[in-house]
Design a protein around this ligand. Structure first.
Ligand SMILES: *[C@@H]1O[C@H](CO)[C@@H](O)[C@H](O)[C@H]1NC(C)=O
Ligand SMILES: *[C@@H]1O[C@H](CO)[C@@H](O)[C@H](O)[C@H]1NC(C)=O
Ligand SMILES: *[C@@H]1O[C@H](CO)[C@@H](O)[C@H](O)[C@H]1NC(C)=O
Ligand SMILES: *[C@@H]1O[C@H](CO)[C@@H](O)[C@H](O)[C@H]1NC(C)=O
Ligand SMILES: *[C@@H]1O[C@H](CO)[C@@H](O)[C@H](O)[C@H]1NC(C)=O
Ligand SMILES: *[C@@H]1O[C@H](CO)[C@@H](O)[C@H](O)[C@H]1NC(C)=O
Ligand SMILES: *[C@@H]1O[C@H](CO)[C@@H](O)[C@H](O)[C@H]1NC(C)=O
Ligand SMILES: *[C@@H]1O[C@H](CO)[C@@H](O)[C@H](O)[C@H]1NC(C)=O
Length: 699
């Protein structure tokens, strides 16, 4: 007994850790219960690496290993540790409470490790004071469930040695030290790192360092940044930073010139910093969101009498409840327009009891099918009235009149031209040029009659392909004088607005395909040129129409590259005079996309409303984006995004000298919200680390 106690105190387990599962018992530890779902388990598997006893887990779609603590563990632990093996399984960890139904943020395994493999167990530690993926601190709650949930395609893995940790000792470590701006080093560290040993050598000569400020980002409390001022400005050549036994080496390239002309200005539309579904007012303030869109496939079937929607082809054509009511509508998009809306919260179009042969069924409702026969053809849909109730423009007008917060913009449905697949049960026939135009004119007329100042966005098309043809195919182009769809649509709208004496449309685009078949008559067909192309078509066929991108994304919301793409895109939207944009979908406030919005507009500090001219020499837009602005004719702001793997060194001319607020994310420092204040001399050199986005604003 004494020997056992000694082993415990000297061994890997601190006395107050709480074991959830350890090898040797074939079961969860005492005090823990198995609350798992939709999965196959072996709690005494020795099939994992090294024959170590583990739980073998094979989840179905969204199935989970769920462990329930008979006594809630609340916030009494410092973290969670476990050993996992599998082919980088798609599993996410979240904590929840059966007492109040609260769930924490879901933490993807990929944000903790990307080397999880089948040949060894990888030990993962989740620090509750510094959640992976910059998710901040685990909120206080009566937590009593630890859940490991598989993704849409399930997850297969072995897991063992699961325990709640009494203590996590963060080892002191300098994580990064990078050159930034004209004469600064940005040094990030964790724990009680000793920065007094830091030294820097520029081109062989020792330079002295003055410690400036230390900043601890609210979202990553255990990663701190300290800025140092160098006695000699950064210059082309070698920079070696040494901290104890750690060395950070850089080669600063020769300068590239960058000229700002603050007299040349163009308006930046305030509505380009929008997102779909911003969750709350704090989110809007902290990211500076200017436009809130409520739309998408489910909203097509929105019935205000009960707040019912239908998920369409996105999820087994099921009705559910979902309402814009709780959302902060800064300016809303609103869909609806296929003559039917959901009749209740529970019906679905393709019950197994009626259609036994379907490709797949909802894992949470085994009666609801996807409407596809095993051979890939659609089931012949049942009458719409099984699931929907009729809807017309009188009802839509009544709904708009009753809305407590009126939308500024109404979209005529959502990707209506692919209704035959997204809403196969509601509108199985392919949408053609004429039907889409008729629906747009009908809805636009209703909207303008009901809310005279509302703007109407159409066509809200889904993809490059449908800019130029319809779901019917090329016979439809042929039937319309071989004119591509958008030019035809614009000229028809121009004619309709002359008839009506009104000008009701935006052009609204989503994502961009790449195919350019010979049948399309577009000039320069191999270049997308999305914004200038649409602007040129508008000028040619329907001048004065505005351009909106209602669903755009970086395609990688969790990686730094997604954040840099988003910074670049927001800059381009401003310079090119795009009228409106809303990110699809609600980006994680603390992830790379959230930080891109924060960079331009976070927490009350805004990039300017006038774009100013930036001239660069020999700088490829593939590696560098530079966007400059002023507010109220003064207060210069510049955003620089370095997409290269090496630092960039810019010789900026014409920049007003003085104090600037600086914020940045990326590079070695990661995606936290780093910020400080710097001094810039007129005609100054400015270094931006690799894979980094920087914002500076004259104070
Ligand atoms: C754990 O729960 C799942 C889901 O109910 C069940 O399939 C499995 O057999 C249980 N395992 C043990 C060891 O109780
Ligand atoms: C497999 O995981 C082990 C443990 O984390 C790690 O040491 C090893 O490098 C990984 N192997 C590969 C090929 O990633
Ligand atoms: C949780 O509660 C403790 C004690 O009241 C408090 O010190 C701490 O700041 C709270 N943490 C969070 C994340 O709210
Ligand atoms: C950094 O540069 C120094 C001096 O050129 C060199 O001695 C050292 O090996 C380099 N270190 C690394 C990690 O490249
Ligand atoms: C799939 O099966 C259905 C029903 O048997 C049939 O009507 C349809 O033509 C088939 N589709 C294809 C592509 O073979
Ligand atoms: C819409 O439907 C309602 C209820 O059936 C009907 O009273 C109304 O006349 C219809 N409006 C139009 C424009 O068809
Ligand atoms: C313009 O609209 C009117 C009224 O709808 C229609 O008669 C006419 O054919 C249209 N002109 C063109 C060029 O489409
Ligand atoms: C936002 O700004 C306020 C005041 O400037 C500051 O106290 C707060 O910490 C900031 N919040 C975040 C999340 O950066």
């Amino acid at each position: 007994m004494i020997f056992g106690a000694l082993l415990l105190s000297f061994g890997v387990l601190a006395a107050a850790d709480d074991i959830i599962y350890a090898p040797g018992t074939g079961a969860l530890a005492s005090g823990w219960e198995n609350w798992s779902w939709s999965s196959t388990f072996d709690f005494a598997s020795t099939a994992g690496p090294g024959g170590v006893e583990s739980i073998s887990v094979n989840t179905e779609e969204f199935g989970a290993l769920s462990t329930f603590a008979e006594t809630a563990f609340d916030n009494n632990y410092a973290g969670l540790r476990f050993d996992i093996s599998g082919a980088q399984p798609d599993v996410s960890i979240y904590f929840s409470s059966s007492l109040n139904s609260v769930s924490s943020t879901s933490l993807p395994l990929a944000s903790m490790s990307t080397v999880v493999n089948t040949s060894a167990f990888t030990t993962i530690t989740v620090d509750f004071n510094n959640l992976p993926g910059n998710e901040g601190i685990l909120p206080n709650n009566t937590w009593n469930l630890v859940n490991f949930q598989g993704g849409q395609n399930g997850a297969v893995y072995f897991i063992t040695n699961i325990l709640l940790l009494d203590e996590i000792i963060v080892p002191p470590l300098i994580l990064s030290a990078e050159p930034i701006a004209g004469n600064m080093l940005a040094v990030t560290f964790q724990g009680d790192a000793d920065l007094s040993q830091l030294s820097a050598i520029i081109n062989g000569a020792q330079v002295s360092l003055t410690q400036s400020v230390t900043y601890s980002p609210p979202d990553t409390p255990s990663q701190t940044i300290t800025y140092f001022t160098l006695s000699t400005p950064l210059s082309a050549g070698s920079l070696v930073i040494t901290a104890g036994s750690t060395t950070f080496n850089y080669t600063i390239p020769a300068t590239q010139s960058l000229t700002i002309d603050i007299t040349e200005t163009k308006d930046i539309s305030p509505s380009i910093y929008g997102v779909n579904f911003p969750p709350d007012a704090d989110y809007i303030t902290l990211l500076g969101v200017t436009m809130s869109r409520w739309g998408g496939n489910a909203v097509t079937a929105y019935n205000p009498n009960g707040a019912f929607t239908n998920a369409g082809n996105d999820y087994y054509f099921e009705n559910r409840v979902s309402s814009p009511g709780g959302r902060p509508l800064l300016a809303a998009g609103l869909s609806g327009g296929l003559d039917w809306v959901s009749k209740d919260a529970t019906s679905y179009s393709y019950p197994r009891t009626t259609y036994p042969d379907q490709q797949s069924f909802d894992p949470f409702n085994s009666d609801a099918g996807d409407g596809l026969l095993p051979n890939g053809s659609w089931v012949t849909p049942p009458p719409q009235s099984n699931v929907y109730t009729p809807w017309n423009t009188s009802q839509a007008a009544a709904m708009l009149s009753a809305m407590p917060i009126k939308p500024d913009v109404i979209t005529v449905d959502n990707e209506i031209e692919i209704a035959s697949s997204t809403h196969q049960d509601m509108h199985p026939d392919p949408m053609g040029y004429d039907e889409e135009l008729a629906r747009v004119i009908m809805t636009a007329t209703m909207a303008k009659d009901t809310l005279p100042n509302v703007e109407v966005a159409a066509p809200s098309t889904c993809a490059w392909w449908y800019y130029w043809t319809s779901d019917i195919g090329y016979s439809d182009n042929a039937a319309h004088g071989n004119q591509d769809f958008i030019p035809w649509f614009l000229s028809q709208m121009n004619n309709a607005s002359v008839q009506a004496g009104k000008h009701p449309t935006y052009i609204d685009e989503s994502w961009i395909g790449t195919s350019v078949p010979a049948q399309w008559t577009e000039p320069n067909p191999n270049a997308v040129m999305l914004i200038p192309r649409m602007q040129q078509l508008i000028d040619q066929f329907y001048p004065g129409t505005r351009l909106s991108v209602s669903e755009w994304s970086s395609t990688d919301d969790t990686d730094i590259t997604g954040g840099l793409v988003t910074v670049d895109s927001l800059g381009i939207f401003g310079v090119y005079g795009l009228d409106q944009a809303t990110y699809w979908s609600e980006p994680d406030q603390k992830g790379p996309i959230g930080l891109a919005f924060w960079l331009y507009r976070g927490n009350g500090t805004f990039f300017g409303d006038k774009s100013v001219q930036v001239t660069t020499a020999n700088v490829s837009p593939d590696v560098l984006g530079v966007y400059a602005s002023t507010s109220d004719g003064e207060k210069v702001s510049i955003v620089i995004v370095n997409k290269d793997v090496v630092p960039v060194n810019l010789a900026i001319s014409n920049i007003p000298a003085g104090t600037y607020f600086l914020r940045h994310f990326g590079g070695e420092a990661g995606v936290a919200k780093w910020q400080t204040t710097i001094n810039i001399a007129a005609n100054s050199n400015f270094v931006v680390p690799s894979y980094t986005a920087v914002f500076i604003q004259q104070q």
